[in-house]
Ligand binder design. Structure first.
Ligand code: ADP
Length: 487
């Protein structure tokens, strides 16, 4: 059987009431003990005063018997003798006197060593009939003889008062606890109501309505903070979902275009009997589209693996200038076709701790863009240098049309192309720069664009430099100044 209440408000109320009850009982027991102790101290105090009074009422008759003055009834403190329990014992413990109220009952039994010597000895005792008494003893000398005077007050009124108090408390305490339970439950419900509202709202949130937000996020308390954090998470999720949705639809759109081209080229080829040369042309166009598809799928794969965090960087010390030369070398044929000049100028000491493959991919994409968008006979300049001794910077500049300022931030977005009408001519996928951005940022670096209205575009990649500082001296050299990158 499960005894733990399911609802937090019931659990909170139970904890609160239990703690409250424990504290209440503790306070009540403490108060009773203090009261009892004070009343008993008061009894001791009265008994001491009364012993001092009765000491003067005793005398020894000529026969050596202890007597109380005959006129004690007239004495103003005679009630002390009558109303209390009074016993006097001799040195050996023999009873010399017991007042009427005490009768034959012994008061405190045989005296213990040192009882009443040099002061008053208070203690509790019981009479033979069970009556609880508080007695005080005092050693007294009368006519050269030592007497032990014992005077006691009944403790029964004290105990009966404590019993009354207990009974009253048994009635009052449950009532107080009941009120505390009601108030605690109400408070807990009020405090937890917003959580319930948030839970209800959170339950309604699905991928279709990710724009919904939790209530109470304007409150300054902990719940408001919780709602705010949750809403911020929802906003991030919504953005990621939207990005994913856009990416999927863009990707399908991008994949459809080359497929449609392959299909239409194939259909045209099938419709008529062509010559061998015409079929070669058709197959050539189809292969061109297949190439486009392959590079698009490669880029999509890279991006989706990067998004899923499945790409692990295999880091090693990479010489940036050599890497740049290697990337530029891939464009030898394209450069020749467009009669472009590429100048690679580099600091041989620039090294980074990175993944050779992805850094090369980033550089290839940037240089490829420069090649694609440069005018025929233009010049591309690649510069590698160390900045402040701790950053390796690669600048790729071309004298193409440049990128309008309003598009500069967007070109790193997936599938974003500045010239939407002519992108097929350039053969780009619209994913090149987003892959560059990811690869560079994965290495702790950043990419910047610099392009003005007069044309020309400069892409700067800055990466944390690696290797011993002393090696990173500015050691620039012109590596190539030809129509294609030199080795
Ligand atoms: P793409 O594969 O289409 O080139 P990118 O992501 O590499 O895609 O670039 C996005 C867009 O940025 C390009 O479509 C192009 O319009 C613009 N762009 C990139 N680099 C250059 C450049 N060097 N000169 C002019 N425009 C550029």
């Amino acid at each position: 059987m499960r005894l733990r209440p399911t609802h937090l408000r019931s659990r909170l109320t139970l904890w609160y009431v239990s703690v409250f009850a424990a504290l209440l009982i503790l306070a009540w027991v403490g108060t009773c003990a203090l009261l009892f102790w004070q009343l008993r101290n008061q009894l001791d105090h009265f008994a001491i005063e009364e012993i001092e009074t009765v000491e003067g009422l005793f005398y020894f008759d000529p026969g050596g018997h202890l007597r109380v003055r005959e006129d004690y009834h007239n004495h103003p403190n005679s009630k002390d003798v009558i109303e209390r329990f009074l016993e006097v014992r001799g040195p050996g413990g023999t009873v010399l006197f017991r007042n009427e109220r005490l009768g034959n009952r012994a008061l405190g039994g045989v005296p213990f060593a040192g009882e009443g010597v040099g002061g008053y000895s208070p203690r509790s005792a019981r009479l033979s009939d069970g009556t609880r008494v508080r007695l005080v003893s005092r050693m007294h000398t009368l006519d050269g003889r030592t007497l032990l005077i014992r005077l006691a007050h009944s403790e029964e009124p004290l105990y009966s008062r404590m019993k009354d108090l207990l009974l009253a408390s048994l009635l009052v305490l449950p009532a107080i606890l009941l009120i505390a339970f009601g108030a605690g439950y109400g408070l807990a419900r009020r405090a937890l109501d917003p959580i319930q509202q948030m839970a209800h709202r959170a339950q309604e949130i699905t991928p279709e309505n990710l724009h919904a937000r939790l209530p109470n996020d304007d409150a300054d308390d902990e719940l408001g903070q919780l709602a705010r954090v949750f809403n911020q998470t929802l906003a991030r999720l919504e953005r990621a979902f939207e990005q994913l949705r856009r990416f999927t639809s863009d990707a399908s759109h991008e994949l459809r275009t080359p497929l449609a081209m392959i299909r239409s080229v194939g259909e045209v080829g099938l419709q008529k009997d062509g010559t061998r040369a015409e079929y070669r042309d058709i197959v050539g166009s189809m292969l061109e589209e297949v190439n486009r598809l392959t590079s698009l799928i490669d880029s999509l794969l890279t991006i989706s693996r990067a998004d899923a965090g499945h790409i692990q960087l295999h880091r090693s010390l990479v010489a940036v200038t050599d890497l740049t030369r290697e990337a530029a070398g891939l464009f030898e044929i394209l450069l020749e076709e467009k009669s472009l000049r590429i100048m690679v100028e580099g600091d041989q000491c620039a090294q980074v701790d990175g993944d050779h493959l992805f850094l090369r991919q980033a550089l290839v994409n940037v240089i490829h863009n420069a090649v694609k968008y440069s005018p025929v006979g233009g010049t591309i300049s690649v510069r590698v240098f160390l900045e402040h001794g701790d950053r390796a910077v690669i600048e790729v500049s071309d004298d193409g049309p440049g990128i309008p300022v309003e598009d500069q931030a967007k070109v790193f977005d997936r599938f974003y192309r500045v010239d939407k009408a002519r992108w097929r001519e350039s053969g780009g996928t619209g994913l090149g720069l987003s892959i560059v951005k990811w690869a560079v940022e994965a290495h702790g670096g950043n990419v910047a664009l610099d392009s003005n209205a007069n044309g020309g575009c400069k892409v700067s990649i800055s990466l944390p430099a690696a290797g011993p500082r002393q090696l990173r001296k500015n050691h620039s050299s012109v590596l190539a100044e030809t129509g294609s990158p030199s080795g």
